[in-house]
Design a protein around this ligand. Structure first.
Ligand SMILES: Nc1ncnc2c1ncn2[C@@H]1O[C@H](COP(=O)(O)OP(=O)(O)O)[C@@H](O)[C@H]1O
Ligand SMILES: [Mg+2]
Length: 329
């Protein structure tokens, strides 16, 4: 199936020198933080690619790159084969992608009625006018399990889950093909999370949507993904069919992450947390040399401390790990 979105060796750095210094320092003298490091992936139409990883590993930066909110420092993002950088000004492409954010409280304007929030993209893109707007808003609200009458209310009259439904209605209003969902349920109660995730899957099937789905929660990821990328310090360290990674994780980091899932089926009791990933994530301003995971890796050897691993194919997945490549993973 054709790819809707493709990232080709995309990197993104931020200048993190003190603002008053930025003007005085030469480019090479500035402190730079590489938030995303040569990330490549492609997402076939109608499928979900998920990204998982600890806080600060670059997930939200990839999300913003994927919808063109940030330009890449290097590499390219393509939507149906068209580079986002060449099409930055094209509203036609803008309309076809949208983003759902984590916090349904911060992302909805509290002073606007729901109908105006949902209609805003329609108006911005000049898609509909007059009474057609109201009809479409009613339809969108029904589609996400709310009632057309809810359009007259304000965001504060809704629960967190309902607000996220409003965000989804808004994101769908311009009839996008591609949605980036950045931790869309992380701010919600567990019981509500499942309802929103199910709604998103249902909408995906009904509307043929393509998702880039981001979460730090592997149980949520498992529920949503066709393919999965595991990120560590800006890099995708393991990438492949989600089920293959869950059944047989190859990268030592993925294994430790999977071990940290609350083990719901364990005889030891609900919510028992297994070992988890020991140690702290190093600062992305001064990442460790070689494989950036080596300080926390139980399999690290001298090569890992100096040489950055390339991708190795291991069954259906790609893994950036010397130990896997050498057959000692
Ligand atoms: N605008 C920015 N300016 C400077 N640093 C940033 C900016 N956005 C993100 N970062 C840094 O980039 C890294 C990745 O951040 P982010 O993409 O938000 O990760 P995640 O979503 O996985 O938690 C972090 O170290 C973060 O501090
Ligand atoms: Mg984030």
């Amino acid at each position: 199936m054709a790819d809707v979105l493709e990232a080709v060796k995309v990197s993104r750095s931020f200048d993190v020198s003190k603002p008053w210094l930025q003007r005085m320092l030469s480019r090479s003298g500035r402190r730079s933080l590489r938030a995303v490091d040569e990330v490549s992936f492609s997402i076939p139409k109608g499928t979900t690619l998920s990204l998982v990883g600890e806080s600060g590993c670059g997930k939200s930066t990839v999300a913003r790159l994927a919808v063109g909110l940030y330009p890449p420092s290097s590499g390219d993002i393509r939507f149906e084969g068209q580079s986002l950088s060449s099409a930055r000004a094209q509203p036609a492409l803008r309309r076809r992608m949208n983003m759902i954010f984590q916090d349904p409280y911060a992302s909805l304007n509290p002073r606007w009625r729901v109908q105006d929030i949902v209609a805003e993209p329609l108006r911005a893109f000049g898609m509909l006018r007059g009474s057609a707007v109201g009809d479409r808003v009613g339809q969108l609200l029904s589609q996400v399990g709310l009632s057309p009458a809810d359009g007259a209310k304000y965001p504060h009259e809704f629960s967190g889950g309902q607000r996220q439904r409003i965000s989804i209605a808004r994101a769908l209003s311009s009839e996008p093909d591609f949605l980036v969902c950045d931790e869309p349920t992380s701010a919600l109660d567990v019981s509500v999370q499942a309802q929103i995730l199910n709604l998103m899957r249902e909408l995906q099937t009904r509307l043929g949507l393509t998702y880039l789905f981001i979460s730090h929660n592997l149980s949520v990821i498992r529920h949503m993904s066709d393919r999965l990328g595991v990120m560590y310090l800006g890099r995708i360290v393991e990438h492949g069919p989600a089920e293959a990674i869950f059944t047989e994780p190859r990268h030592p980091y993925t294994r430790l992450l999977l071990d940290a899932i609350p083990d719901l089926d364990a005889a030891g009791g609900v919510g028992r947390v297994r070992a988890g990933v020991g140690g702290e994530v190093p600062s992305p301003i001064a990442p460790p040399p070689g494989c950036t995971f080596h300080p926390r890796c139980p399999l690290a050897n001298d090569r890992c401390r100096v040489e950055r691993p390339d991708y190795t194919q291991a069954g259906p997945v790609e893994v950036a790990c010397h130990a896997v490549e050498e057959g000692r993973g």
